[in-house]
Design a protein around this ligand. Structure first.
Ligand code: SF4
Length: 136
């Protein structure tokens, strides 16, 4: 087998995953500003993507906002975590903000978080845990 055949074989093997990832990107980017971090926590952040934070904070605000609630890194933006807090309060989802998030594994950046959920479900005879059932 030559290099062209190997490349073609790999492209065919990876095509379904890439197509699935593209669908997730096309749905979540316009809706949530998704940056395809690979480990979605929208369900815990009142459906506002925490990766919009210039510091990429996933566990709450840095504390550097000004008195108007604007970001210290980019003063033209309201603090993402202030928006999350306000929406969580409106939606009655404040308890979810108390959940300590795992560190983000950056090796998964660009991959599909939906696919990860499906793989986990299949690995458990198709059953999702409570936390996974509420994931977007
Ligand atoms: S997958 Fe990551 S970047 Fe995309 S919406 Fe969820 S938390 Fe945000």
């Amino acid at each position: 087998m030559n290099i062209t055949q190997i490349t073609a074989q790999r492209a065919l093997r990876d095509a379904p995953v890439q197509a699935f990832t593209l669908v997730e990107r096309l749905v979540k980017r316009p809706l949530f500003g998704c940056q395809m971090c690979g480990h979605c926590i929208l369900q815990d952040t009142a459906f506002i993507c925490p990766m919009a934070c210039p510091k990429g904070l996933r566990d709450g605000p840095c504390g550097g906002t000004d008195v108007y609630g604007m970001c210290e890194t980019d003063p033209t933006l309201p603090c993402v975590w202030l928006r999350i807090y306000e929406r969580a309060d409106r939606l009655g989802r404040m308890d979810r903000l108390m959940k300590l998030q795992d560190d983000l594994d950056w090796r998964g950046h660009g991959s599909s978080s939906w696919l990860t959920l499906i793989k986990r479900a299949v690995g458990r005879n198709g059953r999702l845990s409570e936390a996974e059932r509420t994931t977007t």
